[in-house]
Design a protein around this ligand. Structure first.
Ligand code: ITT
Length: 191
């Protein structure tokens, strides 16, 4: 089974390929020569994930899946949420993290979670798979691995940020690993 992953985020592609292993083959947008910036205008992770797959289905008629994800910080009313990639108005993650830390200030409530919703389009049917990991936001960046908000997020029960973990460690427990695990189980059942 071959599926196209509707993402322009190289880190997501790398993580998902590592999690899936050789269970099925994942093509990137570059592999199918698609260089579009797929619009994302929804107000929920589901809507945005679906927009990514709809685009490929309508344009190429392909089997595909999309990943919409983000960080929900309780003390910020679950922001940045679906706006995680552009919280500060730009895609610059230095600025996005700075703004988040500034808005959170020295709030005692540091609780947060990463959420991923994967949308899969297969045989004219739409499916969703969700993954969530609870944790907390620290006040300074730690670690150089991962991407996005990883340097300021410590998963519950751990002492390291996602950015201080190896790829393997993050991929064992992350929101994305949970969602992709559900996707892979579904596909294994299907084939
Ligand atoms: P595509 O839409 O092309 O897949 P994107 O980067 O725009 O790529 P999203 O719209 O889903 O992806 O935005 C999610 C943002 O949330 C992403 O840019 C990161 O800043 C953050 N994020 C998502 N997953 C993350 C993770 O595992 N670790 C840290 N930050 C993450």
């Amino acid at each position: 089974l071959e599926l196209v992953f509707a993402t322009n985020n190289a880190h997501k592609l790398e993580e998902v390929r590592a999690i899936v292993g050789d269970r099925f083959k994942i093509q990137s947008l570059a592999d199918i020569n698609c260089h579009e910036d797929i619009p994302e205008t929804g107000t929920t992770f589901e809507e945005n994930a679906k927009q990514k797959t709809d685009y490929l289905v309508n344009t190429y008629g392909l089997y595909c899946f999309g990943d919409d994800s983000g960080l929900e910080v309780d003390a910020l009313n679950k922001e940045p949420g679906v706006y995680s990639a552009r919280y500060s108005g730009s895609r610059d993650m230095e600025q996005n993290i700075d703004l988040l830390l500034e808005n959170l200030g020295n709030s005692a409530d540091r609780s947060a979670r990463f959420r991923t919703v994967i949308s899969l389009y297969l045989n004219e049917r739409q499916h969703f798979f969700e993954g969530v990991i609870e944790g907390r936001i620290i006040s300074e960046r730690r670690g150089r691995g991962g991407f996005g908000y990883d340097p300021i997020f410590i998963p519950a029960g751990y002492f390291k940020t996602f950015a201080e973990m190896t790829t393997e460690e993050k991929n064992r427990i992350s929101h994305r690993a949970i969602a992709v695990g559900k996707l892979a189980a579904f596909l294994q059942e299907y084939v």
